[in-house]
Design a protein around this ligand. Sequence first.
Ligand code: F0G
Length: 487
Amino acid sequence: METPSAGNVKFFSGESIPLELHRVRMVQKLNLWSIEHRLKSIQEAGFNSFLLSSRDVFLDMLTDSGTNAMSDKQTASMLEADDSYAGSQSFCRMEDSIREVFGKQLVLPVHQGRAAEHIISQVFIKKGDVVPMNYHFTTSKAHIELAGGKVLEIFTDEALNIASNCPFKGNIDLQKLEKVIADYGADRVAYIRMEASTNLIGGQPFSLENLKEVRKLASRHNIMIVMDASLIGENAYFIKRREAGYQNTSIKEILLEMCDLADIVYFSSRKVSSSRGGGIIMNRRDLFDRMRDLVPLFEGFLTYGGMSVREIEAMAVGLMETLDESVISQSPSFVEYAVNQLAARGIPVVTPAGALGCHVDAKGFLSHVPQAQYSAGALVAAFYLVSGCRGMERGTISTDRDENGNDVLADMELMRLAFPRRVFTLSQAMFVVDRLTWLYKNRELVGGLQFKEEPKVLRFFMGRLEPVSDWPVRLMQRFRAELGSEF
Ligand code: F0G
């Protein structure tokens, strides 16, 4: 059967430019305020981009969570939702999609990804257990620790290299994994966590080859694999593009192969299916039974799990659309465009381009700002000031203090600029590159931050900071002096 292009259309000029295989049918107006307005906004937000009002943001690159554009079919499906408290047909449609896309038969619905982490951690972790993984995610770590477990990150030597051409920086180091199992004993390993498109190190994928080896090791020691599939679509896309032997394999086949290797798969639908909600899925009835009773307790009845039925419908359709390469390629191809443009201008950025967003290396960008003064947080604030674009700090602020109250300097100090699927246009991506280039030329003006109000857990969400000097004002003055009345 003839099929239309699935993406990656080449420009005859040879330039690497993402081409949108969709059209925009509904739009939302954006505000680009003056830099004076933006200075006031970021001050009021305690120099934390999470605390900005979206009204004051031009391009919202905070996250792809719940912000991917929905398709016409997803929106239409929401009208058909079945409101039944129990036995909702919307849930049956979601189960059907999950079975087809992930190949797992048993489904526990939850209100979002971290709720899945809560339930899995409470059920499978006992005090003193360890959870080895390719890299932690903020909420995953918090839930593992809440349950009395310890996160062990066993990434490869290449994982933290900013400038790299390693295609699979999200791989687990198998020798180190073996050593962890030997050191702690398999009984103390609650499970091995594999995160698809490892978020905090720049959206970097793991290879199927690596996952297969982890499976062998896990089976040998009778340890479960729990896969965080929040960004699995992009990981599958990278496997197809980068892993030998998979060029002619469909995204669907790759997804099924990945899921087949894990005992439990969980996900945030806010990301993977361009909707909201989440799920924990598996084939083993014994695992299902151990978790089942916590869903009505913490989330909601087993056929909605805290989600609105309308979102469940959108998720059922969104999951099917994840199989379409022209959908799944959208975010990575915009990220790749921005990364290539920034790298060509000498701006330090994580390579190769990964999933979700473009990750600017704050240690390299602001090498004069000590990490203890939260250089990634300072970069996010400075970039908002000069562009109105809101990124997210993914560095030391996103890492909570240790048990003695000391700051833990993050392995990577990053500003993440998310490219949610099908949301931004190419000229908006060019604007981001342009403003970041200006900031890089004027980077010596940017200084550090310090905490004013600091929550104990997940402080990056609600913490308030202040600049260590009047650098934001000086940066604004330079902007005005060079750019006149420009916005
Ligand atoms: N796992 C990964 C890999 C994630 O990226 C996220 C969320 C979660 C779990 C938690 O899911 O938000 O639905 O509870 N990541 C968002 C982000 C918040 O901006 O990267 P959730």
